[in-house]
Ligand binder design. Structure first.
Ligand SMILES: [Zn+2]
Length: 498
């Protein structure tokens, strides 16, 4: 999971730590730690660009200035640090709370934390925390977006689309609000819809054609672009302000509604075409995670038409494989049942709680700083206001000008006060922790309610190597990444991974 975040940077820094008492012992000495780390780096193709050696002076008061320096070095993008190498976990952190906070920081910077001892993939709990970091990061961005939702909903109900869209740029409209206006990419986007409307090009072919014409677009971006109703002037009613109906956008559409819906029909297979169906289909969350029990090939999914309705299946994609196809419902229910029967030991939950709270304390600190900043600005504006009153009393300037200036300042103060109010509804640790705990304790429900992205992350966290399915049994495929953290309650339909 999350492979994309960790780039192939092959530079590393070394971190060693020893207390005075330990210095004497063979095998723990700094020289030996450093040597082991260097050897490890060499074996794994890392170039060591820095070492940070912590000598515990008194054992009691360890400031760990070297660790701070290491983090500073890592955070400088120019250093291109891809990994931190350390002897083992107890060298790196004194306790779980420290480890979690520091690991989270490295994780956010896309830096691996590697230990030379043991097999290099870290302990199960470390792995788990890293996986859950994904979930927290996701939740965090949800919380942040909720704060601006009120403003976005307001804009949307008035037909203003506020998210970036290829082919358009934002400019101020006559009311001074930001609005979409077509830019130099608009003809390319139009061409994409024209090509798709023909129904004879695959999305890959469209992509290549556009690239030849100088317009680069990723696979996923193209498939999302073709589904985006905003191009024909219809805004999805995301905040339910219009009874779920589309809202008419005030921007100039790139294509007609007619053309847009024709393209949708082609994409959905309601019209003859040779365009392959979208890969990342929310209808089949388990695609790519379930393997054929017979030939070990990744299973794919599709639907077939019955007399009156469609039937959805997962099936092996290897030609001539004898494995039977499985109904979507059957497989997904078995998977949910499997999740339902997983438990997580309480110490892990405790560890995770620490992780969440550390994270949110950081966040709260940031917000306090922001608040203070805004409050100071308000103070400045207030003092400007009283200066202005003084000026007006002395009748040096034109009354009209003073009034204008005064209105401007009052507006600015109002805006800042609104910002303060928004900040006051800051992140709620309890809500975050409840969310996380809910996910952990009710994996099946969390999976069921999550969107495709969340489902795939959770699947990847629990069974990184996927699973097989036979005779109603979900059987995880074990590999070194398989988490031993999740334990199974006894019950039917459950089998230990093997
Ligand atoms: Zn097969």
């Amino acid at each position: 999971m999350n492979k994309g975040l960790f780039s192939e940077k092959k530079k590393a820094v070394i971190y060693c730590r020893v207390s005075t008492e330990e210095q004497a012992k063979e095998g723990e000495s700094l020289a030996s730690q450093e040597r082991k780390c260097k050897e490890f780096a060499e074996r794994n193709g890392y170039e060591v660009i820095g070492k940070f050696i912590e000598k515990g002076e008194s054992g009691r008061n360890i400031n760990r200035t070297q660790l701070q320096k290491l983090l500073t070095c890592c955070s400088d993008k120019r250093n291109e640090v891809g990994a931190v190498i350390c002897l083992k976990e107890d060298r790196f952190a004194r306790n779980a709370k420290d480890a979690t906070a520091t690991e989270y920081m490295l994780f956010k910077m896309g830096i691996r934390l590697l230990f030379t001892s043991g097999n290099n993939e870290q302990t199960a709990s470390g792995k788990f925390v890293r996986g859950m970091n994904n979930v927290i990061a996701e939740f965090e961005s949800n919380v942040n977006s909720e704060r601006t939702i009120a403003g976005l909903a307001e804009a949307l109900s008035k037909g203003r689309w506020t998210r970036p869209l290829r082919g358009y740029s934002f400019q101020k409209n006559v009311e001074g609000k930001k609005q979409l206006f077509q830019n130099e990419d608009a003809p390319f986007v139009k061409k994409i819809f024209d090509l798709a409307e023909k129904g004879v090009y695959s999305q890959d072919e469209i992509r290549r054609q556009m690239e030849r014409e100088g317009f680069k677009i990723s696979k996923q971006a193209l498939s999302m672009l073709l589904r985006n109703t905003v191009y024909c002037g219809l805004l999805p009613d995301k905040y339910n302000k219009n009874g779920g109906e589309y809202i008419k956008g005030i921007h100039e559409p790139l294509i007609s509604e007619e053309q847009f819906f024709k393209v949708q029909a082609i994409l959905d297979g309601r019209r003859p075409n040779i365009v392959p169906r979208k890969r990342n289909n929310p209808d089949y969350p388990l695609r790519g995670y379930v393997y054929c029990y017979d030939c070990n090939t990744k299973m794919t999914a599709s639907r077939s038409k019955g007399h009156t309705k469609h039937f959805y299946y997962y099936h092996c994609k290897k030609p001539h494989c004898n494995a039977a196809r499985v109904q979507k419902k059957v497989l997904e229910n078995a998977f949910k049942e499997y999740l339902h029967n997983l438990t997580i030991p309480l110490p892990i939950i405790d560890l995770f709680e620490k992780c969440v709270i550390t994270k949110f304390n950081e966040k709260t600190h940031d917000i306090t700083l922001q608040k203070r900043h805004i409050e100071r600005e308000i103070e400045n504006l207030e003092s400007n206001k009283s200066d202005l009153i003084q000026l007006s009393l002395r009748k040096i300037f034109d009354e009209e000008d003073i009034k204008k200036e005064m209105d401007k300042i009052k507006m600015q103060i109002q805006e800042k006060e609104l910002m303060l109010q928004e900040l006051a509804n800051g992140p709620d640790v309890q809500a975050c922790w409840d969310f996380a705990k809910n996910v952990l304790l009710q994996l099946d429900k969390a999976w069921e309610q999550g969107d495709l992205n969340f489902k795939q992350r959770l699947q990847g966290l629990i069974m990184p190597a996927g699973f097989t399915f036979k005779e109603n049994l979900v059987k995880p495929i074990k590999n070194p990444y398989f988490l031993s953290i999740f334990q199974q309650k006894t019950g039917k339909n459950i089998e230990k991974g093997g």
